[in-house]
Design a protein around this ligand. Structure first.
Ligand SMILES: Nc1nc2c(ncn2[C@@H]2O[C@H](COP(=O)(O)OP(=O)(O)OP(=O)(O)O)[C@@H](O)[C@H]2O)c(=O)[nH]1
Ligand SMILES: [Mg+2]
Length: 454
């Protein structure tokens, strides 16, 4: 995509039968389109920016297409920083089609996906991080993903990255100022200051980088698998977490055979919850297959809720199961608290343990809190601190952090001009995130995933 002078048009709302549809036009022909095809009482020359006007859109023969409301927005206070017109017409595909055709016949072309946002970026209204947030906001399906995208759009992450860049630039200026000094004349207190600033920056950037795991779950959701021996109460817990009768529950061990999946939200995160067959050896083919599937899905789980029937004695099969799962993130769920007579000693288990009664619903709140805090790694989305949800940001930040690390390692031992290379590379990596340094490929990649009209 390149920035051209074309005026572009696209439906901003989904094209389907609806109360109204909004069509957006951006570019220098936007106002002349109104002058030619919008009929209203007030002369268009007297339109106030950002006000809605009622009238009719007509075609070249002056016959009505629809009764509409239009708004003209004067640059630069517009989405794209260009003149923008929005036509709010009735939500009929035919009306939208006619208005688009009228525009095409008058030197206005259909926008590419994301082109409005692309113009906002190229015209400097938002940076690349904010442009990506627009797309994330539109795609958000959970409360946290909505909140985090909005926070990113507001510029919280961008401001943080810009402040890191400013600190690196400062380090660079100081380092380069000393390049002409003979090494023995370098004031050690200045070197110490340089070191502590860089070290502090390294800690802050690493902290931001470490929010990525939580950020991924916030954006992409997580797979949480219920596993355990037969009859532990996995299906009962599935139903309790979903608050619906999704899995068959019975006192016969081996009831669940296939994987039973359902999407839900736990603590504001989208979770794919998977109920599985009780893990035991069986001669029966269907059960064997169920157990095989259960073992496979456990391997790809972001979190396993390993269920233990708390009313039964701890058995060797359970201990073996726990050993099998040692490489997987596990929350141990001790079920049937309503029948619990003796207290099992589970101190050998290093992870979180939650006691519940899936049947009565006791302890489910504690369990959902435990799941959420495990997934978010205690990086609860807050309005004050940004976090990383994009792989692209994570990778660039990793590059920048490792260049700062090199700088710290090399400070005092190698030439100052080599040190400035580390700093420049740290700066470039950050620039790739915000878009101050970028390539066509990256831009195409980002904006082609947008919908048309955004
Ligand atoms: N008292 C009591 N009974 C429970 C509780 N949870 C489950 N049960 C009972 O335990 C039995 C097995 O429950 P399920 O939820 O089917 O167990 P499961 O782990 O899915 O079993 P499989 O699918 O056979 O592996 C049923 O009779 C449930 O009513 C609980 O918290 N308290
Ligand atoms: Mg079951």
């Amino acid at each position: 995509m390149i920035l051209d002078k074309d005026t572009i048009i696209a439906p901003a709302t989904a094209v389907s039968e609806s109360g109204i549809a909004v069509i957006r036009i951006s570019g220098y022909r936007a106002l002349s389109f109104l002058k030619s095809f919008f009929r209203t009482k007030n002369p268009i020359e007297n339109f106030q920016s950002h006000y809605l006007y009622l009238g009719r859109i007509v075609d070249e023969d002056d016959s009505d297409i629809d009764e509409v409301m239009v708004v003209y927005m004067d640059p630069p206070r517009t989405y794209t920083c260009e003149p923008v017109v929005e036509v709010h017409c009735h939500g009929s595909r035919q009306i939208v089609r006619r208005i688009l055709q009228l525009a095409y016949a008058n030197d206005i072309r259909l926008a590419n996906p994301g082109e409005f946002t692309y113009r906002a970026y190229l015209n400097g209204r938002i940076d690349l991080v904010q442009a990506e947030a627009v797309s994330r906001l539109i795609q958000s399906t959970s409360e946290f993903s909505r909140r985090s995208a909005l926070q990113q759009l507001d510029g919280l992450l961008s401001r943080q990255l810009h402040s890191y860049s400013a600190t690196i630039k400062n380090l660079l200026v100081q380092t380069e100022a000393w390049i002409d000094f003979p090494e023995e004349d370098l004031p050690t207190e200045n070197l110490d200051r340089l070191f502590s600033t860089a070290e502090n920056l390294h800690v802050q950037m690493s902290d931001l980088m470490n929010t990525y795991r939580a950020g991924q779950f916030v954006h992409d959701g997580a797979t949480v698998v219920l596993a355990g021996l037969p009859n532990a109460g996995k299906s009962s817990l599935m139903n309790a977490l979903l608050q619906q009768d999704r899995s068959i529950v019975s006192s016969v061990p081996g009831t669940t055979r296939d994987l039973i999946e359902q999407s839900t939200q736990i603590g504001g995160i989208n979770v794919r919850l998977v109920d599985t067959a009780g893990l035991r050896s069986s001669d029966e083919f269907v059960e064997q297959e169920g157990v095989r599937r259960a073992r496979n899905v456990v391997k790809i789980a972001n979190l396993v809720l390993l269920m233990l029937d708390g009313s039964a004695p701890l058995c060797d099969q359970f201990r073996a199961l726990l050993a099998d799962l040692s490489a997987v993130p596990v929350v141990l769920v001790v079920n049937k608290s309503d029948l619990l007579s003796e207290h099992h000693d589970l101190s050998f288990f290093p992870g979180p343990i939650v006691t519940v009664s899936a049947k009565l619903g006791d302890g489910i709140d504690v369990l959902t809190d435990t799941i959420a805090s495990f997934l978010l790694n205690d990086y609860l989305p807050s309005s004050e601190s940004p976090y990383i949800t994009e792989r692209r940001h994570y990778e660039a930040l990793t590059g920048s952090v490792s260049s700062i690390k090199n700088f710290l390692n090399n400070l005092g031992s190698v030439d100052l001009d080599l040190l400035s290379i580390d700093l420049r590379s740290a700066l470039d990596s950050l620039g790739r995130v915000t878009g101050s340094i970028t390539t066509e490929d990256v831009l195409d990649d980002i904006f082609s995933s947008f919908c048309i009209g955004k």
